[in-house]
Design a binder for this molecule. Structure first.
Ligand SMILES: Cc1cc2nc3c(=O)[nH]c(=O)nc-3n(C[C@H](O)[C@H](O)[C@H](O)COP(=O)(O)O)c2cc1C
Length: 274
């Protein structure tokens, strides 16, 4: 089967498709011809769709990607650099949530955007598990607390041991310092042995987190839960991730109870200019 077809009447022989192809499977147009695929192109192509996206006249059709399903980029919908910088610096981890749930559609919308995050070799093997019920989220928090308690006396680092003990004491006094009473929890996971699994998942969750912030939602990474999710049997059983999957990120999500007025200062960037 052919990897792609090019409409000869529309093709301007600009060769942008060949020049931009990351796997170099498109041979530039010769004098009278349009670009053609090299031998073995199908095996090397990573389906990134750059060829379709870059064609200025819509002449390029990739077998695996219907052009009509690709949205056009509307430049006036893109944020300017100042807006982008202000937005990124203003995002905060939110740990106090309103007693209000996100709808199924709102949660799906977030993943719909996050699936556009880059993945190693465009593998797109990131998977999501969304817990919509707060009762379930609360149960996970209690299991993480059990995990911290099970580690008592086994952690050599004093500071970490003290933090773990504090979590348990706090829980016993009625405070959830693990998932902060979040109404929902989103996990991102992938086959552990996939070469870029961790980076793919973390980037995807970062996309989700940023998009959520742009919609006025609050998120916070759940590092303790993520650690327990990959080591504590009772939690592993409850999460029930697909066989061979590792959890690479977890975020609490809900409507923020409070708003921030200032951008807290951060350490100066440590840059080694060479
Ligand atoms: C990988 C990762 C794990 C985190 N885990 C937790 C956590 O378990 N609990 C929590 O309250 N905050 C957690 N955070 C949030 C950080 O504490 C927060 O990003 C940091 O204090 C800076 O605040 P800001 O996100 O508002 O800029 C985590 C953040 C990251 C990136």
């Amino acid at each position: 089967m052919r990897l792609f077809t090019i409409d000869e009447n529309k093709c301007t022989r600009c060769n942008f498709c060949a020049i931009d192809c990351p796997t170099q499977v498109i041979q530039s147009a010769a004098k009278e011809t349009v670009p053609v695929e090299i031998v073995g192109a199908s095996e090397s192509c990573i389906d990134c769709g750059h060829c379709v996206a870059i064609c200025p006249t819509g002449a390029f059709s990739l077998e695996s990607m219907i052009k009509s399903e690709c949205s056009e980029i509307d430049k006036k919908n893109l944020p300017g650099d100042e807006h982008m910088a202000a937005f990124l610096k203003s995002r905060r981890s939110v740990r106090r949530f309103k007693d209000k749930k996100l709808s199924h559609g709102e949660l799906s919308d977030l993943i719909e955007v996050a699936r556009h995050a880059p993945t190693g070799s465009n593998k797109q093997k990131v998977e999501w598990t969304v817990f919509e019920e707060s009762e379930k989220v609360n149960k996970f928090a209690s299991l993480v607390v059990d995990w911290t308690k099970s580690l008592a006396g086994k952690i050599p680092d004093e500071k970490t041991a003290a933090t773990m003990a504090k979590i348990g004491n706090s829980w016993d006094r009625g405070n959830d310092s693990i998932l902060h009473g979040s109404p929902h929890l989103i996990l991102v996971h992938a086959q552990e042995n996939l070469p870029s699994a961790e980076a793919d998942c973390v980037i995807a969750m970062t996309y989700l987190e940023l998009y959520a912030a742009s919609r006025g939602l609050g998120t916070c990474w759940a590092g303790f839960l993520n650690a327990a999710a990959n080591s504590y049997g009772p939690l592993l059983n409850e999460l029930n991730l697909p066989e061979g999957h590792k959890c690479f990120g977890a975020v609490m999500i809900g409507y923020p109870k409070y708003q921030y007025k200032l951008i807290p200062e951060r350490k100066k960037a440590n840059i080694n200019w060479r």
